[in-house]
Design a protein around this ligand. Sequence first.
Ligand code: FAD
Ligand code: UDP
Length: 407
Amino acid sequence: MLSITDARSSDLPDFSLFDCIVVGAGFAGSVIARELAERSGKRVAVIEQRGHIGGNAYDELDENGVLVHRYGPHIFHTGSQRVYEYLSRYTEWYDYAHEVLADIHGAYTPVPFNLNSIEQHFDGHKAAALIDRLVERFGMNTKVPIIELRAQKDPLLSELADFVYQNVFLYYTQKQWGLAPEEVDPTVTARVPVLVGRDNRYFQDAYQGMPRAGYTPLFERLLDYPGIEVFVNLDAAEVLEFVAPDAGSDTPFAQTRASGAAFVGEVVYTGPLDFLCKKRFGLLPYRSLEFVYEPHDCKHVLPCGTVNYTVSEDYTRITEYTWLTGQDISHTTLMKEYPLAFEDKPGQVPYYAILDDKNRQHYERYLGLFASLPNFHALGRLAEYRYFNMDQIVERALELADSLCVG
Ligand code: FAD
Ligand code: UDP
């Protein structure tokens, strides 16, 4: 039986009854909790500050009965057979391949920008010449980051690069990050390359789909195992304490305490490290989002799951959830995403780490505080201050379990 206790209406957990503590009930926390319990018979306390499990993948029915993702659209895709088979133990799949159209001055254009997109925006001869040159230079079915395309000296490729940069990347990236594309970490824009091919799907991974009944039931099954107890509405900062031998600001912690008593079991932390350390070195830089929902009394409004607004509007994209989930219902709900700086205001969520060397060093300083605690593990998109997709997080959690559950 799934055990979830609301910490607002009950006593704090008695940690002496547990072997391990996991902070966060997203993919990182839920997978590692399950593995520690199932592979090693550990008793695991999962602490979640929100009132629900699922982390940022949490979904629920809105007031019109439409299944929506409360923390942004989550589309599952992976090249990892291990991850796909693992999650398939906890869900069946709705066969969905995500397609995104960019609204370029009213013209709906496939993104990643591909050979079909070229033919839509350039006349016949020019399009044929651009395609020939692209294939000649990079080969068919290759992916070319916009930064790499812009570095090409060939005049034809430069013309294409300028078009894609101006119409797909520049304004969207300015909205999303408050920076120009060349100022963000190259791995970020490389997530959406120019595709030398005709595949209109957003992802080319071997395994793609959506949990048939939604993400939240997947998490309910993951966490439903003897020995796992979930405590929601409980901030780890209220119960966990890390004690250093002296008052030096960079002195590594030497002891973990849970509800005031020493805790020697494994602690897996999947939230932001700066918050766990009471921001002693200042806030790590993050971007946040605001979501605005729009109900409609019809089956579909958009032509596909997501439209990216790459040259207009203040929001970056609109997602229509019924496309993603395949839900057969007479209503629909759109969701617009408005990016903004994370300023640690009430209700704001730090969704994206802002990747650069300086921020990475800032993060490493926090991580250094835990260097002398071999039982402490920072795992997950926030805890590792990285830009991980769900499948990468599941893979990392399974790998951590491989190392912790030996013997
Ligand atoms: P989270 O899901 O963030 O879980 C961490 C949990 O820890 C949260 O529930 C949080 O409340 C809890 N927590 C934090 N601090 C504390 C504390 N002090 N005490 C108690 N609990 C705490 N990935 C994809 O593969 N496909 C997509 O389409 C996709 N779309 C995305 C869209 C958006 C807008 C965003 C922001 C991300 C998207 N991702 C997507 C990435 C995906 O959200 C992450 O890979 C995944 O959620 C990471 O899991 P996690 O467990 O590391 O973190
Ligand atoms: N991007 C862009 N235009 C687009 C799509 C993406 O400029 O139409 C850039 C932008 O900088 C974005 C990054 O590529 O932050 C990664 O896009 P992705 O769709 O992977 O972002 P996520 O879904 O993770 O927010």
